[in-house]
Design a protein around this ligand. Structure first.
Ligand SMILES: CC(=O)N[C@H]1[C@@H](OP(=O)(O)OP(=O)(O)OC[C@H]2O[C@@H](n3ccc(=O)[nH]c3=O)[C@H](O)[C@@H]2O)O[C@H](CO)[C@@H](O)[C@@H]1O[C@H](C)C(=O)N[C@@H](C)C(=O)N[C@H](CCC(=O)O)C(=O)O
Ligand SMILES: Nc1ncnc2c1ncn2[C@@H]1O[C@H](COP(=O)(O)OP(=O)(O)OP(=O)(O)O)[C@@H](O)[C@H]1O
Length: 515
């Protein structure tokens, strides 16, 4: 682990990123650490000046703490006395140097990457469940919920971002390899491409699950076109591509995949009755046999020779309900197949996978049945509520939900629309309000709710809102605690305040109601 100054210069030149350099002697000096945070800098560190909130004083702090070279998009007086590498794009430069600094750990891992508006976390967990069976628990994972960097419980670390900053991602991969991990299932957000966190990274298998409007707003994507463009980059950077043929914008998605991957290495999947888009064949189809309130059961069949060759077809059962999870499972099974797993290992490996904060259930005697689920935009809320409505045969549905501040503004309108279509009762509350006024967010959701269809209460204390909903519910009702999943923090004005989790609060309410 480490990098010399002349190696940095070579890499940056090779990628036409080096604008100028001011280096003294000792170009063969090796850096033993790399950081973008002055507070973490120690002796002999390579320091990156990046970020909207970067201040030149951080460079001075980094120098005082022992950084000897900085990489930035402009020279800084504060860096006087240090080697300076001035680059055209700091985030691209950081990603490339990060990979080299950690000695290209991706080459020692079979990397399976998921993008899509919904289903990334679920598919990553499914993949890990199956591959762990064939590699004896040595599948690393990088997900919104946690990063798994080794087989031991203490090597599971809670995540801050869906896709980490490049320097953190390549460090994670190196740690995973050093801990003996052989495969990596990872989620790639559109922001990861927007911010070049994965610049230069090639995946063994890349997935496009689906796309619907989300993450559009001042701090994320300016337009839907930009969101789609960022997501498509994953396919351009994958050796093999797997696409859900039912996705919106299929033609654009398929075209992106075939820019760099020959059609023989592109796999398509769809549900049994979905008509194939013109000019392509569906490789895998899943036929739902049972998707009820205890299990999902489906059959996977092959429609092409290359699909048959993977030897993953057969009957599958999931411990995770929700009909949309059959699509996520189908994707993950193909991923496991491309990594070398075969039936029945795939079926045994996926059967018991559970995912924190997805469809967690609690029965409350004398009241309704509670589901905690991470549904947090229009598409996922509709998928979840439609499934519950169908399976419980038109129950009364009470939903506790809020929308985050500073991002995903379109979700507020989306929640209102989904509630109008499928719920009878709504408790609008807090969910990571950030720097926005919670009541303003709540009012924006409520503005879209039709009071003729949904009775609304605003209760900004999330624990109180959960208590109100559960207490009001009657046997036969469904109470959905949406949007936070297993999240154990509320982000309020830049501070991550502890949150016991929705399920813990629901259990505490249940205990109180039992007396
Ligand atoms: C927009 C974006 O990518 N922001 C991320 C980015 O921030 P940034 O590069 O702008 O850095 P910054 O926070 O402005 O700070 C400036 C720099 O000064 C440094 N610093 C700061 C203080 C100090 O004393 N010394 C010092 O050196 C910081 O380490 C940093 O390098 O890098 C930070 C880590 O260095 C991330 O925490 C931050 O994520 C923000 C908070 C975030 O939540 N982003 C969301 C929108 C996101 O990326 N979400 C996606 C999922 C959504 C999707 O599906 O698309 C995700 O992948 O998680
Ligand atoms: N294929 C799907 N189609 C529609 N909704 C889905 C699908 N898969 C999951 N969901 C819903 O979306 C929620 C989040 O699922 P998951 O965490 O797997 O997605 P994700 O892509 O990782 O989401 P995010 O990027 O928001 O973290 C689930 O709790 C469920 O309600």
């Amino acid at each position: 682990m480490g990098l010399t100054l002349d190696a940095c210069i070579l890499i940056l030149k090779e990628h036409h990123l080096l604008k100028s350099s001011a280096v003294q002697d000792k170009v063969s000096q090796k850096f033993t650490s790399a950081s973008y945070d002055s507070r973490q800098v120690t002796a002999n560190t390579l320091f990156f000046c990046k970020g909207e909130n970067f201040r030149p004083i951080y460079l001075e702090m980094a120098k005082n703490n022992g950084a000897t070279v900085y990489v930035a998009e402009q020279p800084y007086a504060e860096g006087k006395g240090m080697h300076a590498l001035i680059v055209r794009n700091i985030r691209k430069a950081m990603a490339l140097l990060a990979a080299a600094f950690y000695d290209f750990p991706q080459d020692d891992l079979f990397v399976i990457a998921y993008t899509g508006t919904k289903g990334k976390t679920t598919s990553a967990y499914f993949t890990k469940g199956m591959l762990d069976r064939v590699n004896d628990g040595h599948t690393a994972m990088s997900s919104t919920v946690e990063r798994v960097l080794g087989p031991k419980p203490e090597q599971h670390i809670a995540s801050e971002l869906t896709t980490p900053e490049s320097l953190d991602l390549f460090r994670d991969m190196r740690t995973a390899v050093d801990n003996g991990m052989t495969h990596l299932a990872m989620e790639v957000s559109s922001q990861a491409y927007k911010k070049n966190r994965v610049f230069g990274l090639t995946y063994d298998v890349g997935f496009f699950l689906n796309i619907s409007p989300d993450h559009i707003g001042p701090n994320e994507h300016p337009t839907f076109a930009d969101y789609l463009h960022c997501k498509l980059q994953l396919l351009v950077n994958s050796r093999k591509c797997v696409i859900n043929a039912e996705t919106d914008y299929f033609n654009e998605v398929y075209a992106a995949a075939t820019i760099t991957t020959e059609p023989d290495s592109v796999y398509l999947f769809a549900s049994a009755d979905f008509p194939a888009p013109e000019g392509v064949k569906i490789d895998f189809r899943y036929q739902s046999e049972e998707a009820d309130l205890s299990k999902s059961r489906f059959k996977l069949t092959a429609g092409t020779l290359k699909a048959e060759q993977l030897r993953i077809t057969g009957e599958y059962e999931l411990d995770l309900i929700g009909d949309y999870n059959e699509s996520n499972a189908c994707a993950a099974i193909i991923g496991a197949g491309l990594a070398g797993a075969t039936y029945p290992d795939t079926a045994k490996g996926i059967a018991n996978v559970q995912i924190p904060g997805r469809m967690e259930k609690l029965d409350i005697p004398g009241h309704g049945r509670v589901y905690v689920d991470y549904a947090h935009n229009y598409a996922s809320m509709v998928a979840l509520l439609s499934f519950l409505k169908k399976e419980y045969q038109q129950p009364r549905i009470l939903v506790v939900v809020g929308s985050p501040g500073d991002k995903g503004v379109s979700r507020r309108e989306g929640f209102a629309k989904a509630l109008n279509q499928l719920a009878q009762r709504a408790f609008i509350t807090n969910d990571d309000p950030g720097f926005e006024e919670p009541i303003d967010i709540a009012n924006q959701i409520v503005a879209g709710i039709d009071p003729q269809k949904v009775k609304v209460t605003i209760e900004l204390d999330r624990a109180e809102a959960i208590e109100l909903a559960i207490t009001e519910s009657q046997p036969g009702d469904i109470v959905v605690l949406a949007g936070k999943g297993s999240d154990d923090e509320q982000k309020v004005r830049g501070v991550n305040t502890p949150w016991p989790t929705d399920m813990a609060v629901a259990k505490a309410v249940a205990a109180r109601l039992r007396g």
